[in-house]
Structures are given as C-alpha cells and as structure tokens.
Design a protein around this ligand. Structure first.
Ligand code: GDP
Ligand code: MN
Length: 380
C-alpha cells in the first residue's frame, strides 16, 4: 500500500524528519495561494503513486504565484507515467547543494530490514555504481544503533553538522519504518541545502495487512482497479509484465507467474480468485482484468471446489459482453474440466488442460503483440 508523497511527508514530520514547507492542492488557484503564502519560488510536484516524476516532467518550478497557477493548470488533469494527476504538492523551492539517498526496506533473502544510503542520490539513483552505495542489514531484535548510523554517514562521506543531522534522520526513519509497519521508506533526494539536511522527496509503502493498526485513508491510496478488486474481496497485485493472470489460490497464482517467466513473458498483474470462486465472482474478476488492457489474459484454474464448467461459462459470458478486447487463453483442470473445455471449444476460445501448454501459448501471444506494438500500430 503506497502513500502519496504529501502523506508520507506528514508522517516524516511527525517523526521530526525535516521537510520543506508547503501543502497539497487540487486546483491552480490553490497553487497560487500556497505560492503567495510561501512568498518565494516554489516547486510544483504531481502527486501520483509512482516514482520517476522528475524525468517524466512532473516536477516544475515557479518563481511567483502567477507562474505557479500556470504550471499547476498544465499538470492537473495530465497523465504522468500512466497515472492521472488530480493533486499537486506545492512547496518552497530549496537550494540544493547535494543530493543524498537514504532508504530502508525489507531484504527478503535475509529476512531483515536493510538500510541503504548513498552520496549520489537524485533521479538517476538506479544508475549509481554499487561502490557508491552503502547497504547494511539491521538485526530486527536490536534495531538501528546510533553508532551504525554514524558509520553510514562516514561511509558516504559526511562530516560535521551534516553528519549529525544525518544520524538523527536515519534513526527517526528506522523508528518510523518499524512503528508504521513499512515495507519500504525512502528519501531521495535527502537534500543538503546550505547547512541543513531536508527530505525533498518522501516515499512510504505500508504493509497492507497492518492497516487495522493505522488510520491511513485506504481509499485515497489505492488505484481504481485495486479498489474494485478489494470491493469483491479478492487479492490483486499490479506488476510490470504483459500478461494479466487470473488463478485460484496463492500457490496456483505464483506457479502461473513462474511458468510465464519460464516461457519468456511476465505477469502484468494477477488476480487471485480464491478457492471457491463461483460464477459471479469469476465474471467480475474477468471484467476487471479485461479493463487493464493486457497483451493477453491467462486464466488458470485448478478446479477443486471451483467448478471448471462455471468458470468456462463466466469466460464465455464476459467474451460475449464484448468487454474483452485482448486475446484470452484458458487452462482448466479438475472438477468438471471436460464440460468446461467443451464449452470453451464451442465458443472458439483457446483452452488447455495442461498449464505448460496454456502458459506457452499466452507467452507467445504476448511476445507477438509486443512486436506489433514496436512496429508502431499500438492502440494503447
Ligand atoms: P521523483 O523524480 O519522482 O523522485 O521526484 P523528486 O521529488 O525526487 O524530484 C526530482 C528531482 O527534482 C530531485 O532529485 C531534485 O533534483 C529536483 N527537485 C525537487 N524539488 C526541488 C527543490 O525544491 N529544489 C531544487 N533545486 N530541486 C528540486
Ligand atoms: Mn525522488
């Protein structure tokens, strides 16, 4: 569960991490008002649940309220990296001398928090060579000690007052990470501005399963698709590949993604329809996946409680509704699979009993459609 930058910065402020003065706005007029209140040059930042806004034109600078109004007008209603912009953060413009990076995440391999720091933060952090990045595992039973934070500061070349501020910020960030049940928190850049360190950007992803312990506004931070799936009580995860995946059960879903990878493609998202999905919830799930416009949709059902003929009927129904504009591949195995496969065959929908065959067909279709897009006749 991702928080918008402005929400993350509110949490940062609660933990004493310095942030620039400013606030979220929803209109060009408000943007001008905030610029007037701040009384100097401002930065106007789109609030979308993805990074890389700077490179995508989502960070603009304005010298006066009039220009802030104009920049806000351009940005509001635009799209940044596929996300509609409905709100902006208007902040004091910092004079940045240096951009540092500081982040804490969970290292899944070693099952512990990992603190990452670099003297070379900023929009190209992904390209910074490993030798400029300090990574340390934290023993979760002890937490981050001040001496460790000082060692990190020294390792990334800080000294004097700035090093002292860095230590405070790192300790606060670790406390925040633990208390807020974060999966990831990141300050990039952690800006050196004159003689102070300040979080110019803020990222905070909270473990969604801890939501009951906090009062984050869930509706404000889920995408539209995630909202719709949550309303159905199903699990949905957005990924970066090309194939929309519907499977039943977590293990089945994971296996589907692995096998897609094996055949040279990857999941764009997956929806776990759960163990006993009936026709109605299957139909709804398929409609949602169809609306994400994947290169291909792969349905992988191992029928136990779920009946394959129900799934087949749901697939046919959604196909007939016309909301499915992209190719579909179905694998059915288990309870009533014979009937299910017969229904699909009659409807002319590619279907398999074997997962390998279905995944290979889906991956091949995704790759072919990807090549068509490169040839320039993309309709997306
Ligand atoms: P991101 O691209 O989504 O990570 O957005 P950031 O908030 O990190 O902004 C991108 C870049 O814009 C930063 O790395 C800075 O170089 C620049 N930037 C953002 N805010 C300011 C500011 O107040 N002053 C200056 N000089 N640069 C800024
Ligand atoms: Mn950033």
């Amino acid at each position: 569960m991702k928080l918008y930058e402005y929400m993350a910065k509110e949490v940062f402020a609660d933990y004493g991490i310095p942030i620039p003065a400013g606030r979220v706005v929803w209109s060009p007029e408000e943007a001008a008002d905030v610029a007037a209140e701040l009384g100097g040059p401002v930065v106007v930042k789109v609030q979308v649940l993805t990074g890389g806004r700077g490179k995508a034109g989502g960070i603009q600078f304005a010298d006066d309220p009039g220009s802030a109004r104009e920049k806000a007008g351009d940005l509001l209603g635009s799209e940044i990296r596929g996300y509609a912009v409905d709100r902006l953060l208007v902040e004091e413009h910092l004079n940045i001398n240096e951009e540092l990076y500081l982040g804490i995440t969970v290292d899944p391999a070693n099952r512990c928090p990992l603190i990452i720091a670099s003297s070379r933060g900023g929009v190209s952090i992904e390209d910074v060579p490993g030798k400029y990045i300090d990574r340390r595992e934290i023993a979760i039973q002890w937490g981050l000690f001040p001496y460790q934070a000082r060692a990190i500061a020294e390792q990334i070349g800080l000294s004097g007052k700035i090093a002292g501020q860095f230590v405070k910020i790192a300790l606060s960030l670790y406390r925040l990470f633990r208390e807020q049940d974060a999966e990831l928190t990141e300050i990039n850049p952690l800006a050196v501005s004159g003689d102070r360190l300040i979080a110019a950007d803020a990222r905070l992803n909270i473990d969604a399963d801890s939501r009951f312990r906090h009062d984050y506004p869930a509706t404000a931070i889920r995408s539209e698709t995630e909202e719709r799936v949550a309303a159905l009580g199903l699990s949905y995860v957005q990924l970066e590949g090309d194939v929309a995946v519907m499977a039943n059960g977590a293990g089945e879903t994971m296996a589907t993604m692995d096998i897609l990878q094996h055949y040279g493609s990857g999941a764009m998202n997956f929806l776990d329809a759960g163990g006993g999905a009936d026709m109605e919830s299957t139909t709804n799930a398929l409609r949602i996946l169809a609306s994400t416009r994947p290169r291909v949709l792969l349905v992988n059902i191992f029928g136990g409680i779920t009946r394959c003929d129900d799934v087949a009927r749901a697939v046919v129904q959604v196909t007939e509704e016309g909301c499915l504009q992209d190719p579909l591949v179905v694998r059915l195995s288990g309870t009533n699979d014979e009937q299910g496969l017969a229904i699909l065959e009659e409807a002319g929908i590619p279907s398999f009993r074997n997962l390998e065959d279905a995944a290979r067909a889906a991956a091949r279709t995704a790759v072919l459609r990807g090549e068509e897009d490169v040839d320039g006749d993309s309709d997306q």
